[in-house]
Design a protein around this ligand. Structure first.
Ligand SMILES: Cc1ncc(COP(=O)(O)O)c(C=O)c1O
Length: 397
């Protein structure tokens, strides 16, 4: 007996931790997803910022198929060529020194937290354990990453959190100066906060952070899981600032849609982990790394970062025009193809209304409509999304 793919059976089969849309997806093509009844949806959220090349890129599919024919999994007991190739590419792009591969964003954050504590333990200051993050940030849902995730809704009922973790108010230099000190091991920063509603950290705050790092010798960790891999127009969003992070976490588009994440580190932390200190069975899976390499190559070959800058600006301009007509729009924040529009009601209303019009958008931080389209998105496709939003705002009661 096979069950129906619908909301009712979803509720029966699964824990209720996802608020899935009532759409059974069968396949995708370019910037479009198709549901089981054959309807085509423009995807302006791309698997929450994962499918940067859109759906069905033949280079990606071929890389996956070819590697799958060779070896799908062998484990980190061995040396696997796709891992080496992707690692050297990421080091070339970042100018950093070492790589660790895992499977998901939260695992990359866990690895960076462990590495930070281990690094601090070698400093001779036995109190140097504190790991800080910024208010309104999101770093993941495992215990360490969740302890750095500053939002109540992700934490309620799960306490106690990891000790010696805390928050600094975003862009509040006085708070940063008060909280960062010799006992700080690391400060995690999303240079553009994603789940928090698309907010950029200020340059002044980052300047203050780097000055304090020089004084207190802690690690600056860039969480590039959502904003990285080209989405904001630079490979890493920290590249828009005058800063050199010690550790960089990345995931989401890195594996071209397969589960892959990584931590890249500066020379300063290169020798911190010894064999057995950290690891994961599937981390750096050769098929995921082959896909990752195909994704990174395509990002450069197709000038997708330039497209992110150009198309992102077009979307912003179009949204500003809508804001002139529709008072529901309060603020537009756009960094490449990471776009948040604050509205004056629960943004999930717009998700539902857009769905009726065959466009997929996302709501975050309660009143923010978030767009994270594929980096391949065309002008015509973005216009379809803008027209859809225009219609919803016009018809809204
Ligand atoms: C900035 C940031 N860090 C960490 C994570 C966690 O990644 P994952 O869901 O792959 O565990 C996310 C996911 O949205 C994220 O946006």
């Amino acid at each position: 007996m096979t069950c129906e793919i619908n909301k009712e059976t979803e509720q029966q089969l699964f824990f209720h931790n996802y608020a899935r849309l009532p759409l059974a997806i069968t396949h995708g093509e370019g910037a479009y997803l198709y549901s089981s009844d054959g309807t085509r949806y423009l995807d302006m959220i791309s698997g929450i910022g994962v499918n940067a090349l859109g759906y069905g890129d033949s280079r990606l599919v071929d890389a996956i198929a070819q590697q799958a024919k060779k070896v799908i999994h062998a484990s980190n007991l061995f040396m696997l060529e796709p891992q080496f190739r992707l690692a050297e590419k990421l080091l070339e792009i970042s100018g950093l020194s070492k790589v660790f591969f895992a499977n998901s964003g939260t695992e990359a954050v866990e690895a960076a937290m462990k590495l930070s504590r281990k690094w601090a333990s070698l400093s001779g200051n036995s109190e140097k354990k504190e790991i800080l993050s910024l208010s309104n940030s999101f770093h993941g849902r495992t215990y360490g990453a969740m302890s750095l995730t500053a939002k109540g809704k992700y934490l309620e009922g799960f306490e106690p959190l990891l000790p010696a973790t805390g928050n600094v108010n975003l862009n509040d230099i006085a708070d940063l100066e008060a909280k960062a000190g010799d006992n700080t091991a690391a400060i995690f920063v999303e240079f553009v906060q994603g789940e928090g509603g698309v907010h950029k950290v200020s340059s002044d705050f980052i300047d203050a952070l780097t000055k304090l790092r020089a004084k207190h010798d802690f690690l600056v960790v860039a969480d590039e899981i959502q904003a990285g891999c080209g989405r904001t127009g630079e490979f890493f969003s920290y590249m828009h600032f005058d800063v050199h992070p010690d550790l960089v976490c990345l995931a989401k588009p890195l594996g071209g849609g397969l589960p892959l994440s990584g931590v890249i580190g500066a020379e300063k932390v290169g020798d911190v982990f010894a064999a057995g200190n950290h690891g994961t069975t599937f981390g750096g899976n050769p098929v995921a790394c082959a896909a990752g390499l195909a994704f990174v190559k395509a990002l450069y070959e197709d000038n997708l970062m330039e497209n992110a800058v150009m198309t992102g600006k077009q979307i912003k301009h179009a949204l500003e025009k809508l804001a002139g007509k529709h008072p529901q729009i309060q603020e537009i924040r756009q960094y490449g193809l990471m776009i948040g529009t604050t509205v004056n009601r629960d943004a999930s209303y717009y998700v539902q209304e857009a769905l009726k019009r065959k466009v997929l958008v996302n709501a975050t931080s309660q009143n923010v409509i978030r767009l994270l389209p594929p980096l391949t998105i065309s002008r015509e496709e973005t216009q379809q999304c803008i027209d859809c939003l225009d219609e919803i705002f016009s018809e809204e009661t």
